[in-house]
Design a protein around this ligand. Sequence first.
Ligand code: 3HC
Ligand code: NAI
Length: 714
Amino acid sequence: MSGQVTLTTDANAPVAVIVIDNPPVNALGPEVVDGLSSAFDRAERDAAVRAIVVMGAGRTFIAGADIKELEQAAWGGGSGPPDIHDLLARIEDCPKPVIMALHGTPLGGGLELAMAGHYRVALKDTRMGQPEVNLGIIPGAEGTQRLTRLVGVEKAIDMCVSGKPIGAPEALAAGLVDRLINGDLREGAIVFARDVATGGIAHPKTRDRRDRLGTPESNAPIFAAGRDLARRTRRNMLAPLKVVDAIEAAATLPFPEGVRREKEIFFECLRSDQCKALVHAFFAERAVSKVPDVPKNTATTPVETVAIIGAGTMGGGIATACANAGLQVVLADVGREAVERGMAGIRRSYESSIKRGRLSKDEADRRIGLIREQVGYEGVASADLVIEAVFENLALKKEVFASLDTLAKPGCILATNTSTLDIDEIASMTKRPESVIGMHFFSPAHVMRLVEIVRGRATGVNVLATALALAKRLNKVGVAVRNGPGFVGNRMMFPYMYEAQFLVEDGATPEQVDRVLTEWGMAMGIFAVDDMGGLDVAWRVRQELHQFEEPGARKPVVADILVEMGRLGQKTGRGWYTYTEDRKPLPDPEVVALIERTAAAAGIARRPVGDEEIRERAIYALINEGARVLEDGIALRAADIDVIYLTGYGFPAYRGGPMFCADQIGLAKILDRVTAFHRDLGQRWAPAPLLARLAKEGSTFREYDAARDASAPA
Ligand code: 3HC
Ligand code: NAI
């Protein structure tokens, strides 16, 4: 036995209890597998033992195979996750009943191991599932075969395609769990074990069950619907479609053949670029909270009350996010009408959650009750942290911060939700620039997971640590970035967005560009994004950031005219598109005519623009600017940029983010195209020096990150 697995025997029962202890999440590494084998050897040999309970120490039962090992295998190194087929067989063939006692998050290989036991008991708040598709793979330890046998084809498809865990009560109803335990899991599992051990019954082997597998006739429409679900909800992804094949094998083939088929598909997916990208995204998201000069033990300010200044779109969303996390909120605006409008929006959003069955009315009322309306700034004095969300106007924000400085208590953190403006300028209006920070939420702020946390020149490390901790408490991903126009996300979006506009002036249409981008995997096309954010907002940013003022720069010619025409996007029902009442965008011939007229007047000879040119110009513009952002030190790592784009900009997770995707395409190829665009399209395409250097060295952004992480202070 290894130190990661211990076995004790409860003499009164007599039941052997095997405990897996491999923090933080009891991942199924080789030592755990060896330890389990030895523990089963002993428990089986011990004649006094009548039943065996397996459970996890700490926060969870096994949360899956060790993803580090999967990563190595995906990149062609290591031997991959340990082969646990023999272990599963010996558990299922064990002559003594095996009871898997579940708590926390039994996921992936953890649930697969649990399904090889004869029985499963669980604490009520356990969440279990097969999330492998989120890593670009399918369950590879017989999970597709056993889950289908336990819960039936339809539920297995649902769980494996979505990758979403289900709660213990649902698992009980589905047949995945045999009993819910109230109180102490170990005690409850031992009682259950004693009952089944003395019952004189044959203990069920999941692999022998066929009662829920259905018939070819009854299953045909279920598989068709499952594949349709995978195509619709996991667009362009390999694993969700493939997992349906593996479940089909469970329903149609004998168990050993089904297992063989699952294994083939598992390795096919493991070798895919999508797996590499999704595993990269998994670790990148967890690495962002590690900022080299902010050690783990950095003191943070306790935050219980948050004041939000500006009850508009963002203020309302941020207030909702804070109330959802149980914080006290003061929602302030200049006039009663504005505050009431903000509160009405918040109530509407909670009502819609109640209607969709996501929240009870009582819970919604409790959360709304945490938000206090405030006309003027008085409530600010009680706040531990203030988030300013007034109009995107530097002069106004400076004025607001000067007032906040006089009202907020000492030690209160002053955050701004600006999406582009200079944090240092804003901080300069206060006598406490060390307490000023950017917390750039994304719209809708109670839904979107990203918060760019912007450090000003003077921002204190404890203030940064507090902002990161608050993001986590709001269930969001906080990414620390440095100050600079547009920070990371929006700075990169500008060249991407403007290149899209140049493409339509050159001969494409907004609809074509958006189609190409969404087919490539972006959640939304960039023109649809612009319409959603508001064309007036983008116009204001152009003014505030003095974009296109350098001589000779190509300036987009259509966007400003749309603003002059009052076509501000979704809010006016018309922008690049015309919107139906249910906000469906329709291509508008008037816009195409305007583009043709304006381009002609600007001397642009329109020509057919192919899909490949759209893909390259849009995506490479994003990547080239990403390389500059990285070199300027605005982002700490290429992987941080990836997380920003994955969680805030609808970049497809299976491409790993723009910088990871650049590595996959090949930096030499990208440099080659960027250099050609520079020659043909002008100065805006000057290759980023970092991109040029890495491409010439045959290196990657991933290697650049690894070198920087290695040289960072521990
Ligand atoms: N392998 C290796 N490390 C893991 C891991 C795993 N399966 N799951 C979590 N970790 C690590 C994280 O990287 C993190 O490390 P860090 O502190 O050094 O950054 C630490 O555990 C804590 O993770 P979180 O910050 O995510 O903690 P949370 O409490 O928020 O979430 C969790 C816990 C729900 C278990 C979440 O980590 C999670 O979803 N993990 C992935 C689960 C998963 O996908 N399992 C399937 C793996 S694939 C598989 O099993 C293949 C099989 O079919 C053969
Ligand atoms: P909005 O126009 O919906 O709301 C602004 C609110 O601020 C209004 O209710 C207004 O009455 C209030 N306000 C104006 N002056 C004020 C003052 N002196 N004191 C108190 N309240 C005042 O604007 P929105 O969209 O919510 O944007 C707010 C901030 O969030 C801006 O800095 C914007 O750049 C940023 N942001 C906006 C995003 C979006 O998608 N809308 C996304 C991310 C950031």
